[in-house]
Design a protein around this ligand. Structure first.
Ligand SMILES: *[C@@H]1O[C@H](CO)[C@@H](O)[C@H](O)[C@H]1NC(C)=O
Ligand SMILES: [Zn+2]
Length: 468
C-alpha cells in the first residue's frame, strides 16, 4: 500500500512536470516531494463519500484535498498557485473529466472563496462542491455533462492566514478579514478607474499570475456578510463623494452580468427574495446588485478579472453571518448547492470559437470585441475565445498584429452555444513604408454568408437543459 501510493505520487509529479515542458500553466512548479500525497493522508477520515459539516483548518483542508485527489485521480487534480504571507499553500482543486489538461474549445471556470479570511462559509461550500461533483459524476448525467465539458477550478481559501485567526460564531467583526500583513486582498488588485497604491500582496500576485495563464471564462468570488450577487463594476469613474454615490457603474456587458447574477440568486434557496440581513442593512431587488450601486471600492478582484482577462466574475455574498456556527453548514450547503452548479454552466452560453490564419493555424492574442461592448477579450494560444452573451444578433470585430481586421455577424440563441470560427488574412505592407496596409491575395470566398459561423453539434441533447 505504502509503495503503491508512493509511486502513484511520483506519477503525479511527473505529470505535472510533463505539463510544464509543454508550456501550459503548471501548478507543478510549486509542488515538491513533500507536498505529494502520503499514505496516512489517504486513509484520513474525510476520505470517500464523507465530508463532515465542520470547519476545516488549513491542515485538515489540505488533507481532505489530497485524499480526494488520490481517490479520484481521473476527475481531480490538486495544485497550489503559490503561498500566503505565512507560507500556506493557496490550493486549487480542478474537477473535470480532464483534470490535468485544458480541453481545447471547452471553457475553464473557477470559484475563489475566503478571500476575506473571516468569511468562512464559501470555504466549506467549495469543499462540499468538490465532494458533490466527484461523487455524482457516475450517477448524475447533468454533472457528468458538466465535467465532461468544463474544467472547474476551485480555490477554497485565498486567505488562509486570515482564516487562522478568525473565530467561529463571529458574524460581523473584521477580525481575520485581512491577510497577515493587514491588507484587504479584495482591495489589492490593479484598478481601471483609480490608481491603486496598495502594495501588491503575495496572495494577490499568485492569483494575478494564475488568471494570466489560464483563460477563465466565468468566475465567482465567494464572500459573507450579506445575501446578494453583486456584479461589475465595483468601482466608478466619478471622483467626488464616491462612497456616498450609490449609483450603478455600468459595464458594457451589464445585461450579461445581471443575467449571471440572477442565475445565482434565483437558484439559491433564499437570495432572490432580497430580504435584508438585519434591520438597517439594504434590501436587494431579486437578490442582485451592481457593485458600485451598493458601495464603490478600488482594487477589487471582479473588475480586474473582467477588464484585464475577459473573465466574467461576480461576487457572491452567501451568508448574512460571516462565520456562522458549524451546525448551520448543512443548511448553507442546501441553499447554495444548486446555485453553485447552475452558475458554472453559464460558461456554455453565448459564442465561442477559434481565430485562425489562412493556413488554419491558431492566432494567439487576437483581439475579440463585440461591437457596442467596448471591452476587448483575447484569444488563447490555441486561438480560442469565449463570449458569454444573451440571445440576439451581434457583430464580432477580430484583429491581430499583421492581419486585416475582420468583422463577423452572428447570432446567439438561448439553448445552444454558437460556434464561430474566424479566419484572418495577413496584411502585407507592399508600398515601401507608407502608412497603408494592403490585403494579401485572398483565397476564394467562403461558400455561405455569415462566414464560418455555425452551430456546434458536438454537444449532446443535455445542452438544451443546461441552463434550466
Ligand atoms: C472550428 O475550428 C476548430 C479548430 O480548428 C475545428 O476543430 C472545428 O471543426 C471548426 N468548426 C467549424 C464548424 O468550422
Ligand atoms: Zn468579503
Amino acid at each position: 500500500m505504502f509503495q503503491c501510493t508512493k509511486s502513484l505520487s511520483r506519477v503525479f509529479l511527473l505529470l505535472l512536470i510533463f505539463k510544464t515542458s509543454h508550456g501550459q500553466y503548471s501548478p507543478g512548479s510549486t509542488f515538491t516531494e513533500d507536498d505529494a500525497t502520503n499514505p496516512s493522508d489517504v486513509e484520513s477520515r474525510d476520505v470517500g463519500t464523507e465530508l463532515q459539516y465542520k470547519y476545516h483548518d488549513h491542515e485538515e483542508m489540505t488533507r481532505y484535498l489530497r485524499a480526494v485527489s488520490a481517490r479520484y485521480p481521473a476527475l481531480t487534480a490538486l495544485y497550489s498557485i503559490g503561498k500566503s504571507v505565512q507560507g500556506r499553500d493557496l490550493w486549487v482543486m480542478v474537477v473535470s473529466a480532464s483534470p490535468y489538461e485544458h480541453m481545447i474549445g471547452k471553457p475553464d471556470v473557477k470559484y475563489v472563496a475566503n478571500i476575506h479570511g473571516n468569511e468562512a462559509v464559501g470555504r466549506e461550500m467549495l469543499l462540499h462542491l468538490i465532494q458533490y461533483l466527484v461523487t455524482s459524476y457516475e450517477t448524475d448525467s447533468y454533472i457528468k455533462w458538466l465535467l465532461d465539458n468544463t474544467r472547474i477550478h476551485l480555490m477554497p481559501s485565498m486567505n488562509p492566514d486570515g482564516f487562522l485567526i478568525s473565530r467561529e460564531g463571529q458574524c460581523d467583526t473584521i477580525h481575520g478579514r485581512h491577510n497577515a500583513r493587514r491588507y484587504d486582498l479584495n482591495r489589492n488588485f490593479p484598478d481601471f478607474f483609480k490608481r491603486n497604491t496598495k502594495q501588491p500582496q503575495p496572495e494577490t500576485e499568485a492569483v494575478k499570475e494564475w488568471i494570466s495563464k489560464i483563460q477563465f471564462v466565468l468566475s465567482g468570488s465567494l464572500h459573507g456578510g450579506a445575501l446578494v450577487a453583486s456584479y461589475p463594476y465595483d468601482n466608478t469613474p466619478s471622483a467626488i463623494f464616491q462612497s456616498y454615490a450609490h449609483s450603478p457603474s455600468v459595464s458594457p456587458d451589464d445585461d450579461v452580468f445581471q443575467h449571471l447574477a440572477r442565475v445565482y440568486s434565483s437558484n439559491h434557496d433564499k437570495m432572490s427574495r432580497g430580504v435584508s440581513c438585519k434591520s438597517g442593512s439594504p434590501k436587494f431587488d431579486n437578490g442582485i446588485t451592481n457593485g458600485a450601486a451598493w458601495y464603490p471600492l478600488t482594487g477589487g478582484m471582479q473588475d480586474y478579472n473582467y477588464l484585464w482577462h475577459g473573465c466574467m466574475e461576480i461576487t457572491l455574498e452567501i451568508s448574512c453571518c460571516k462565520y456562522p456556527l458549524a451546525h448551520e453548514l448543512p443548511k448553507y450547503w442546501q441553499d447554495n448547492k444548486q446555485a453553485l452548479i447552475k452558475y458554472l454552466a453559464e460558461a456554455h452560453r453565448g459564442a465561442h470559437g477559434f481565430v485562425m490564419d489562412e493556413h488554419g493555424n491558431p492566432v494567439e492574442k487576437a483581439s475579440i470585441k463585440v461591437k457596442g461592448r467596448e471591452v476587448t477579450f483575447h484569444t488563447t494560444k490555441y486561438g480560442e475565445f469565449w463570449r458569454i452573451l444573451l440571445p440576439g444578433t451581434y457583430r464580432l470585430e477580430v484583429g491581430a498584429d499583421g492581419y486585416l481586421p475582420q468583422e463577423v455577424e452572428f447570432f446567439v440563441i438561448d439553448s445552444h452555444p454558437t460556434l464561430l470560427n474566424v479566419t484572418l488574412h495577413s496584411a502585407k505592407r507592399i508600398d515601401g513604408g507608407g502608412p497603408y496596409y494592403r490585403p494579401a491575395p485572398r483565397p476564394p470566398p467562403p461558400p455561405a454568408p455569415g462566414l464560418f459561423s455555425t452551430f456546434t453539434n458536438s454537444i449532446n441533447s443535455f445542452v438544451s437543459n443546461i441552463f434550466g
